[in-house]
Design a protein around this ligand. Structure first.
Ligand SMILES: NC(=O)c1ccc[n+]([C@@H]2O[C@H](COP(=O)([O-])OP(=O)(O)OC[C@H]3O[C@@H](n4cnc5c(N)ncnc54)[C@H](O)[C@@H]3O)[C@@H](O)[C@H]2O)c1
Length: 364
């Protein structure tokens, strides 16, 4: 198969990073940008020197193989469905959808249309998390028994130009940031067996302090502090807290506890390190060498892996089933929080293959 032509729908904040990275992928021939707001698409197109087109033109173009969905979470399902119905492979920003039904529908339609689904995050393909996976798989901390994962801050209304979607259904710290943590944990520890949780919205309103909406009030429509217990099929029990209600904290991003020691995992919103290990009764942490490439902000790496998979008829790693498993876990946590009962996971997946240390001929 020839090199791929790739479109992007959604010319917002994150699109620049994707365009910049995807422009350097040797097996992507051409990139297009589209947005329901044509002026946004035009501006991004001009900034990065790629063609801007109408959304429908992109969907109708028979030369376009794959479309990246960078719209806000609530639009993900509708836009991904349109892409699939147009007969194109889709790679969506996280979460896959804001409800489990919509996520399932995307996977079913993709199967019917024989197209692939990929989904962010792809940070688990970065050098930091791939190194952690190798250390766990090679037994550096023995058998994994437990872990903690913390994403705590005070929300995105201090920097994002249009932050209301973070406080709607499909936003909140769990659906917004949880995918980084849960995807990393599944890549490290395997599939999830069951979850439980407690959730609250500590503040009914948020004040935007970023331009251009400075001073506007957002009504909070989703939990903003979620504490969960995540039990893995292989046995480990992970305590996960995601919050937009916390001022400074000194808690780690992720730690994995094993029978022989502890692995300190880097921020799963990033691609690099540091990766540290402390075994048994050692008194000091050891910085481990990062064994894989892709340690800068490589957002779009999952798209490149998917494009490579399409060209060579190989599976891609940041795939729809993985994203659905994570969506089910997040939905299950909120369901458990409101019902007061554990949620037993229905989807079962296997961990995506590790990345080759050399990548696949992609420039790091
Ligand atoms: N901003 C970040 O730093 C960041 C980082 C990682 C992931 N993400 C994810 O990327 C996605 C986009 O985030 P963003 O910050 O770029 O949002 P944004 O609000 O800046 O941009 C979203 C764009 O999508 C367009 N859009 C909305 N609905 C559409 C539709 N139905 N059809 C076509 N275009 C439509 C909007 O006009 C807007 O230009 C979200 O899922 C977010 O969680 C964002």
């Amino acid at each position: 198969m020839n090199r791929l032509q790739v479109g992007i729908i959604g010319a917002g904040v994150i699109s620049g990073r994707y365009i910049q990275n995807l422009k350097s992928v040797p097996f992507i021939e051409k990139l297009f940008i589209a947005d329901q707001d044509a002026s946004r698409a035009k501006n991004k197109g001009t900034e990065f020197d790629i063609p801007s087109v109408a959304v429908q033109t992109l969907l109708d173009d028979p030369c376009v193989d794959l479309i990246v969905n960078l719209t806000p979470p609530k639009a993900h399902a509708d836009v991904s469905r349109m892409i699939i119905e147009a007969g194109k492979h889709v790679y969506s920003e996280k979460p896959l959808a804001v409800t489990r039904d919509a996520g399932e529908d995307i996977l079913t339609r993709a199967e019917t249309h024989r197209v692939r689904v990929g989904c962010a995050p792809d940070t688990f393909l970065g050098g930091g998390l791939q190194t952690c996976r190798k250390l766990i798989d090679d037994g550096w901390v023995g058998t994994a028994t437990a872990g903690v994962a913390f994403m705590m801050g005070h929300g995105h209304e201090s920097w994002h130009p249009d932050p209301a979607f973070f406080y709607e259904e499909g936003g909140g710290p769990l659906f917004d940031m949880g995918p980084y943590y849960l995807t990393a944990l599944v890549a490290l520890l395997g599939p999830i067996r069951r979850v439980s949780g407690a959730a609250r919205a500590s503040f009914a309103e948020r004040i935007i302090t970023s331009a251009p909406r400075r001073g506007e009030i957002i009504t909070v429509k989703t939990p903003t502090h979620v504490a969960a217990t995540v039990e893995f099929v292989q046995g480990p029990i992970v305590t996960l807290v995601t919050s937009f209600d916390v001022w400074p904290t000194s808690l780690p991003s992720i730690e994995i506890y094993g029978s022989e020691g502890t692995l300190s995992v880097p921020d799963p919103n990033d691609f690099g390190g540091p990766v540290r290990i402390r075994r048994g009764r050692e008194s000091e942490w050891h910085d481990m060498p990062i064994l894989y490439g892709f340690t800068d902000d490589c957002r779009g790496l999952g798209v490149a892996d998917m494009a490579y998979g399409i060209m060579h008829n190989l599976p891609h790693r940041a795939h729809g089933q993985l994203a659905y498993h994570v969506l089910e876990a997040m939905d299950g946590i909120l369901q458990a929080a409101s019902s007061g009962r554990h949620y037993d996971m229905k989807s079962r997946i296997t961990r995506p293959d590790p990345l080759e240390p050399s990548g696949w001929g992609l420039r790091d």
